[in-house]
Design a protein around this ligand. Structure first.
Ligand code: HAM
Length: 444
């Protein structure tokens, strides 16, 4: 490795300079407020876990992407967390029967996956997780989806920009079985459906053939695998298109009905191609995409009714989703929802900028900043040695400050000049009561 490469961040990681960090905090603020307003409590767990936690049930793809390690001289194998669900299930299992019903948890962990870095996929990302434990019926699935949509709406997105694509593993299993896929080949068929967009057509067809389907069944598999229908379609119609009795779509029907009555139908479509790559899902599954599907999934989730039990807890129905910051930020940026210079406008401008044009002002600057900040104002100072008021004020304007406090000759009389940089007006104010005047808005 050439010596210079160790001074670059590792492949697939990001450095958060102020504008990028402001975007991340903006997104996280929407995630947090949507979670809290929907009744979820924040949790977190360790950044690394025993390797086994992921090899048990996350599925081959995630396991092949683990950053795993063993301490020098140690005997335990660990992995940086590639997802949060196993940690959450482990935490729920440890609380056992004392867990309240429902338990509604959210978290915003950094996750690590050794993926090939590409647009929308990195080796470290921040992922919002929202999960409901203890509720068997579709009301919990509706709750987590509506929380996701609340955050997206607060970030400026609407049903024309993003779509929740819904499916149901049990319903899809019925469809696959009706086509002739034997029970033991179902997990493989799910994997194929999940990877379909990333496979070329002939590989896909070849693999479907390997599942034991004849030519006409392949045709029908192909059709069933990519069916997108509006939520308002009568279930009989979808059942007919898929070639299964309407009873096979019961689980999916409960979810679509719940979303319709929550007033969220226009954000959602049924998409039989969604099955999810992770192995622990048992029922309803969904992914959220930009409407044109130009990017990878913004979020993905579903029901995992057996995972808590697998980690030693009582039988616990559960559902939830993860939404990453990478694809979401790309979508927001593409749509111009992060400002003209993405992130720049999200950096908090100061309420007040302190400049000095006198020697006594230089001495007093530090004391004044302490007082202003103690009174809750965002106050900055100039660090320039110039006494040129014009230059100092333009620095204050560039910082986006609403007011500039000028420590000049008036200081001897216990007063300062306050300039309103937006209105262009100015007023002389006694030092005593300056904070209150600034906080309350100045009369010039
Ligand atoms: P997932 O589909 O693996 O699900 O990830 C959820 C979302 O996280 C993806 O849609 C994507 O936006 C983002 N994401 C995943 N991997 C990367 C990556 N390498 N780079 C950037 N973004 C990424 C899960 O992780 C489940 N544990 C979610 C869940 C919670 N299911 C139930 N509760």
């Amino acid at each position: 490795m050439p010596p210079s490469s160790s001074f670059q961040g590792p492949k697939g990681t990001r450095d958060f300079y102020p504008e990028r960090m402001a975007i991340r905090r903006h997104v996280e603020a929407a995630w947090r407020s949507a979670s809290i307003d929907s009744g979820f409590c924040e949790i977190d767990g360790p950044m690394f876990e025993h390797l086994e936690l992921y090899t048990v049930k996350s599925g081959g793809e995630i396991v092949s992407q683990l950053f795993s390690f063993r301490r020098d001289g140690g005997e335990d194998d660990y992995a940086l967390r590639p997802e949060f669900t196993p940690t959450l299930a482990r935490m729920a299992a440890a609380r056992g029967k004392s867990l309240p019903v429902p338990t509604k948890w959210f978290s915003m962990p950094s996750l690590f996956r050794a993926e090939r870095p590409q647009r929308g996929r990195l080796r470290e990302h921040v992922q919002w997780n929202v999960d409901v434990l203890g509720v068997e019926d579709a009301s919990a699935d509706v709750e987590v989806i509506s929380t996701a949509l609340l955050a997206l709406e607060r970030l400026g997105l609407g049903p024309d920009q993003v779509k929740v694509r819904l499916s149901h593993r049990e319903s899809i299993a019925e469809v696959l079985k009706a086509l002739g896929v034997p029970d033991q080949n179902l997990p493989e068929a799910f994997q194929l459906l999940d990877r379909r967009d990333r496979m070329d057509e002939s590989d896909f067809r070849g693999s479907v053939q390997g599942l034991g389907l004849d030519d006409s069944a392949i045709e029908r598999f192909d059709k069933a695998a990519g069916l997108t229908r509006p939520l308002d379609d009568p279930p009989e119609q979808l059942a007919q298109l898929l070639g299964v009795p309407v009873s096979a779509l019961e689980g999916l029907g409960e979810l679509t009905e719940g979303l319709r009555s929550a007033g969220l139908a226009d954000w959602c479509v049924v998409d039989t191609g969604i099955v999810r790559g992770l192995a622990y899902y048992t029922g309803a599954v969904f992914e959220i995409f930009d409407a044109g599907r130009a990017e990878r999934a913004i979020a993905g989730g579903g029901r995992y009714d057996r995972l808590v039990e697998l980690f030693g807890g009582p039988p616990t129905p559960a559902c939830g989703f993860g939404m990453g910051d990478v694809v979401l930020s790309l979508v927001l940026e593409e749509l111009g929802l992060l400002g003209e210079q993405p992130g720049a406008d999200l950096i908090q401008p100061p309420d007040v900028f302190v400049v000095s044009t006198s020697e006594s002002g230089d001495v007093f600057t530090g004391r004044l900043l302490t007082d202003l900040r103690r009174s809750g104002l965002h106050a900055r100072r100039s660090h320039k040695s110039t006494r040129n008021l014009g230059k100092l004020l333009s620095e204050a304007s560039r910082a986006g400050a609403r007011h500039a406090v000028v420590l000049g000759d008036e200081l001897a009389g216990g007063e300062v000049l306050v300039k309103d940089l937006e209105a262009g007006s100015q007023v002389v104010v006694p030092l005593e009561g300056l904070s209150a005047a600034l906080a309350g808005g100045l009369e010039s």
